[in-house]
Design a protein. Structure first.
Length: 78
């Protein structure tokens, strides 16, 4: 499983930096993903971001946050 986690870490590290205009949305994804709505995404589209860019940044933040939460759990178990 660590090979898969290493691959995810590499993917997240290689991703382009998030544009400043996405910081509030990505913070919401990071802290309260369950509250993200279509309206949040639509607001980004209206601000000029493509759906592909929004998707890619969302996935990267989700991976990073998942790994951030997994690492201490693994340390506690291991």
């Amino acid at each position: 499983m660590s090979d898969h986690l290493d691959a995810l870490r590499q993917i997240a590290a290689a991703a382009p930096a998030a544009p400043p205009g996405m910081s509030a949305y990505l913070g919401k994804v990071r802290e309260r993903a369950y509250t993200v709505t279509d309206a949040d995404v639509q607001a980004l589209v209206q601000s000029g971001f493509s759906e592909d860019e929004i998707f890619e940044q969302t996935v990267v933040v989700a991976i990073e946050e998942g790994l951030r939460r997994l690492d201490p759990a693994e340390a506690a178990i291991g």
